[in-house]
Design a protein around this ligand. Sequence first.
Ligand SMILES: Cc1cc2nc3c(=O)[nH]c(=O)nc-3n(C[C@H](O)[C@H](O)[C@H](O)COP(=O)(O)OP(=O)(O)OC[C@H]3O[C@@H](n4cnc5c(N)ncnc54)[C@H](O)[C@@H]3O)c2cc1C
Length: 363
Amino acid sequence: MQAREWDVIILGAGPAGLALATRLAPKRVLLLERQAQAADGLRIGESLPGAAGVLLQRLGIWEAFQSGNHLERGATIAIWDRDEPVWRDSLRDPAGPGWLLDRRGFEQLLLYAARRCGASIDYGCADFQVARQSAYWTLVPEGSQVRHLAPVIVDASGRAAYLARRLGLSHSKQDAQLCLHSFLPGHAADEDTTMRILADQDGWWYCVRLANGYRVLAYHLDAKHRGRQALQQPDTFLARARRHPLLAEVLTQRKAADVHVRPAGTAVLDLANLDAAGPGFLAIGDAAITFDPISSQGLFHALASAESAAAAIHAGCWYRADALAAFQQELLAVASHYLAKRRLTYRGPERFAQAPFWAARRG
Ligand SMILES: Cc1cc2nc3c(=O)[nH]c(=O)nc-3n(C[C@H](O)[C@H](O)[C@H](O)COP(=O)(O)OP(=O)(O)OC[C@H]3O[C@@H](n4cnc5c(N)ncnc54)[C@H](O)[C@@H]3O)c2cc1C
């Protein structure tokens, strides 16, 4: 079997893995991706806070990002703590309003940056054997005749934290939240740019128009919700949203479209024990902390944790305990701050405190 040596192997070529590969230049980096090719089509997860601008600058993609098909985020209108809508704009946010991403274009930009920095990407890596032998991690993709060796291996496989779990780390799921969502095709008369968020008895909605004219309509509810199957019918889904005037006024001219389902609950890796997986193991992005979509922080965290992991790797985290410890401390602080804030957010709608969805998330 042929052996190939790398400085770093990253599992997962999503935003976190691609950002890390870019930050590691000029190291020899291999990205192994489960999908057969780069991400295509519409994908949910489009809201990027203004604070991410600095991270994009440090990735060297700021100019290209600014010429992309992204929309500046408009004001948010939320019915959450009370039954009346509350309007919030970005006037007091020094980082600015942020963006509604063309998610596909964003991921293509990250892919371009990683490739330009010399990273190699192998697609279609469905499974693999992994072991730590002397100073190296050895990884053999299923069906491959190549053995990849590197002192550092990084889990960027998203909420599944596939590699971390394979290496024996625990990964706590804080809730079983699902996101039902549709991309409602464009309508020329729809010029509303507000992000609309609304809590109801069974969960919470959001709805926003994207630069490509589609409108994302999403409903977050518990995986055990009894009416879920019915809600997956496009007409039923749209009709349910239209019961709420805040959503109905931006959905009048939209036609129903397929309803997709994605897991959308919080999950946190056992970050205090990263070293138990073996020297030179790191986890970033959703694989380390999966944020609830209500926070709109997942992509920011993907880029920020990639930056922190790159610093740890450049500092020699596979043989220097202080470099790993600094990375761990940072992620632990992020997780603890986020979990406390999330509890407060879900305590907001007190009028639904007895409803199962809210009772389970009030902490
Ligand atoms: C409903 C919903 C709405 C969201 N909205 C927002 C939002 O508005 N703003 C925001 O910032 N974030 C949002 N997010 C979160 C955001 O999408 C994620 O935080 C972000 O995609 C994380 O990037 P990542 O690279 O860590 O993981 P991912 O994007 O999941 O990428 C992981 C990559 O690893 C690959 N992979 C998985 N398993 C393996 C394996 N075994 N071997 C090889 N490769 C593997 C996957 O194919 C994928 O390419 C939302 C999420 C959901 C579910």
